[in-house]
Design a protein around this ligand. Structure first.
Ligand SMILES: *Cc1c(COP(=O)(O)O)cnc(C)c1O
Length: 468
């Protein structure tokens, strides 16, 4: 399998070429040249596989430059009951007939990002070892990405992590989770500013090509294709658990921010997995819902980007969205570039044509949004009716899923975090403390390793130079 850019550069690259890279040289995102098709017999065979074996089968369709035995060993090492809590890895939790949760957040940081990041950590260590290289990962986080990256890379040979976060703006749990890691290759930098300031610093450092090359700076952000690919697996695993025969279709509702998670659903559907609808659920930051309702994509300014109680979906633009639009526009790189480069640079917005908009239904997409009051009501109603406590992001998903239920089609809502991560809102909704895995009981009282810094590109560069 080879990879091309969404902006028209047709230079073909292999998986390991793009594994350690971010954007394509023309500013686009990488996608495979085509989506391998899964026939009925293959899907039937896959029904009997463990999660790790299923992951191997799917990954091997997209990775032609890692020997099969090595790839099989990597997936077997990553997707274990020990790390993800259950043999199923992503078990289903029925809520009511036709409505189930798929649990994706039983990894080390209690959010679905572990599903991909744990694999990325193993792939990075493997590839860097093979090349005899080192990589210094520079990232910005508002919570879940940073911790998932740190837990995936901790103690990995050849990798350092420098993670910027907005000082004092993550939840107490999220801060404790990151700052308590004792590993020498993990560096927490708390920036006096907001998340956008952190992201701007990462961009500025990455745009300094000499610095980037000299200090081998890399990223693990959500546009990384390997992360997206890892997520394709649990759409198959969810489908297989929810159905008895390949004749059945299911729908998924996905709490969405950067469109990485649901884009993996789009890939799974494009491979022939019988998915009826892919429902995009946003919070108050409804850039995506607006697009799927109107065909207009409008990046929000910081004044219009809301801080919400489902903070991992607080985005001003959706960084993976370009991948879907490329497919929607018939893989026309020039047209995709006109939207995401020319139009967004000029006016911060673009609209697709009526004909293009009409194609969306064929891709199965639908959408909705949820606000703080919806979140609270959903957490309460779900807890009262089923005894299941859901986190704020999953609540947004559930609220929107209920607006798209169709008789005869099971709706799988992706559970993207555990309630323990967002205790404040759980207390507000239910008046009780969310349960926490026993191993994390003393998290907040552990020693912290964090350096507070002004929002200053040069200061961050100096810190990196001194610590690589
Ligand atoms: C990251 C995250 C999301 C959003 O996922 P995207 O891939 O950015 O759409 C939703 N919920 C939780 C808990 C997250 O951490």
């Amino acid at each position: 399998m080879k990879y091309i850019s969404t902006r028209g550069d047709k230079t073909e690259r292999s998986f390991c070429d793009i594994l350690l890279e971010g954007l394509a040289p023309d500013g686009g995102l990488y996608l495979p040249t085509h989506y391998p098709q899964i026939d009925d017999a293959t899907l039937t065979k896959w029904r009997k596989l463990s999660y790790a074996e299923l992951a191997f089968e799917i990954l091997s369709l997209y990775i032609s430059d890692i020997p099969a035995a090595d790839l099989r060993a990597i997936t077997a090492k990553v997707y274990t009951e020990e790390v993800f809590g259950t043999k199923a890895i992503t078990p289903l939790k029925p809520l009511e007939p036709g409505l189930v949760l798929e649990a994706l957040s039983n990894g080390p940081t209690l959010a679905f990002k572990d599903m991909a990041m744990q694999l990325l950590g193993a792939l990075f260590e493997y590839e860097l070892g093979r090349r005899g290289e080192q990589l210094n990962i520079l990232g910005a986080t508002s919570g879940d990405t940073g911790s998932a990256a740190e837990y995936a890379m901790r103690g990995k040979r050849g990798v350092n992590v420098f993670m910027l976060s907005p000082n004092g703006r993550m939840s107490a749990f999220q801060q404790a989770q990151m700052f308590s890691l004792p590993d020498a290759n993990i560096h927490n930098i708390a920036i006096e500013g907001v998340f956008d300031d952190c992201q701007d610093i990462v961009k500025a450092v990455s745009n300094d090509l000499d610095f980037k090359r000299k200090y081998r700076i890399g990223t693990v952000n959500s546009i990384n294709w390997a992360r997206l690919l890892a997520q394709v697996v649990y759409y198959f695993a969810g489908y297989i658990q929810a159905t008895k025969s390949n004749e059945e279709k299911v729908s998924f509702t996905v709490p969405s921010g950067n469109f990485g998670n649901v884009c993996a659903g789009h890939v799974a559907r494009s491979m022939g997995l019988p998915i009826k609808q892919l429902v995009v659920a946003t919070n108050e930051n409804d850039v995506l819902d607006e697009f799927f309702r109107t065909g207009s994509y409008r990046v929000r300014g910081s004044a219009e980007t809301h801080e919400t109680s489902s903070p991992s979906m607080d985005i001003s633009k959706a960084s993976n969205f370009e991948r879907f639009v490329f497919d929607l526009l018939g893989r026309d790189g020039a047209r995709t570039k006109a939207c995401f480069k020319d139009a967004l640079n000029a006016s911060g917005a673009f609209s697709i044509t009526a004909d293009e908009f009409a194609r969306i239904a064929g891709f199965g997409f639908a959408s909705g949004s949820s606000r703080h009051a919806d979140r609270l009501a959903t957490i309460r109603a779900t807890y009262e009716k089923t005894g299941v406590m859901v986190d704020t992001h999953t609540a947004d998903g559930l609220k929107v899923a209920r607006e798209h239920l169709q008789p005869g089609t099971t709706m799988i809502v992706l559970e993207t975090a555990l309630p323990a991560k967002f205790a404040e809102t759980i207390r507000e909704a239910l008046g009780v403390e969310p349960p926490r895995p026993a191993a994390l009981a003393d998290l907040e009282s552990r020693p912290r390793r964090v350096t507070v810094m002004a929002s200053d590109v040069d200061a961050v560069k100096r810190y990196v130079v001194e610590h690589v």
